[in-house]
Design a protein around this ligand. Structure first.
Ligand code: PGA
Length: 253
């Protein structure tokens, strides 16, 4: 953790959740007690179909909501796309961009992700820009180089600390139960912080929240959150269970 930075735990529900599952969000809200509120920010990124009702269900809870992706376009003839302004209109404060599932399954490159982050900012959303290496890249000793290239290509210049979140998510750790060692996370997050200084300036970089993501669970959260320059978590599977998501939040607090 970075002492001066208020941590953020964000849940990425991915393509999971029907109306009935909003009960997960309201259960998280019930467990987000005064001591947790004093220590950690929470956000839930449900599928866009649930964004409006999830935001409404969370009014008064101080839990933010976010989209999982947005179009690079502001509006128009782009069937199936959801614009950043639409997400903001539905109540979102954040938008995940460049998740590895978007990068690999939808062929999104760094330039596209940067354009999405810019679109999110235009709609006053805070982009959560995801970066991370594949297993092959780590085994080849290229993890740092890959992530630095992703950062350089996908993070817009000139954002302030409050307008940007970075999530380091090793692709091989997502949904697999595998996690990097604390030393590997520390090395990566330090490199991200120092490279960010070149993109957004030293002051902003010092305050940007750097999340770790990939198989974060109650059992490993404390160890991961104690690593230097880890300022919270991006949580997939465990965010669909209120008790686990809250336990991860407590590990951050
Ligand atoms: P996981 O997913 O926590 O299920 O590994 C993380 C993510 O994809 O953001």
């Amino acid at each position: 953790m970075t002492r001066s930075i208020r941590p953020l735990v964000a849940g990425n529900w991915k393509m999971n959740g029907l109306k009935a599952d909003l009960a997960i969000a309201t259960e998280v809200a019930r467990g987000y007690d005064a001591s947790l509120k004093a220590a950690v920010d929470l956000a839930i990124c449900p599928p866009s179909t649930l964004l409006f009702t999830a935001t409404a269900a969370l009014i008064g809870s101080r839990i933010a909501t976010g989209g999982q992706d947005c179009s690079v376009q502001p509006a128009g003839a782009f069937t199936g796309e959801v614009s950043a302004a639409m997400l903001a209109d539905a109540g979102a404060s954040f938008c995940i961009v460049g998740h590895s599932e978007r990068r690999t399954l939808h062929g999104e490159d760094n330039a596209t992700i940067r354009a999405k982050a810019e679109a999110a900012r235009k709609a006053l959303l805070v982009p959560i820009i995801c970066v991370g290496e594949t297993q092959g890249e780590r085994e080849a000793g290229k993890a740092l180089a890959v992530v630095r290239r992703q950062l350089k290509g996908s993070v817009p210049e000139g954002l302030d600390a409050a307008s940007l979140v970075i999530a380091y998510e090793p692709v091989w750790a997502i949904g697999t139960g595998l996690t990097p060692t604390a030393a590997d996370v520390a090395e990566m997050h330090a490199a991200i912080r120092s490279d960010l200084a070149r993109i957004v300036g030293k002051n902003a970089a010092a305050g940007v929240r750097l999340l770790y993501g990939g198989s974060v669970k109650p059992s490993n959260a404390a160890e991961l959150m104690n690593v230097a320059n880890v300022d919270g978590a991006l949580v997939g599977g465990a965010s669909l269970k209120a008790e686990e998501f809250l336990a991860i939040a407590r590990a951050c607090a």
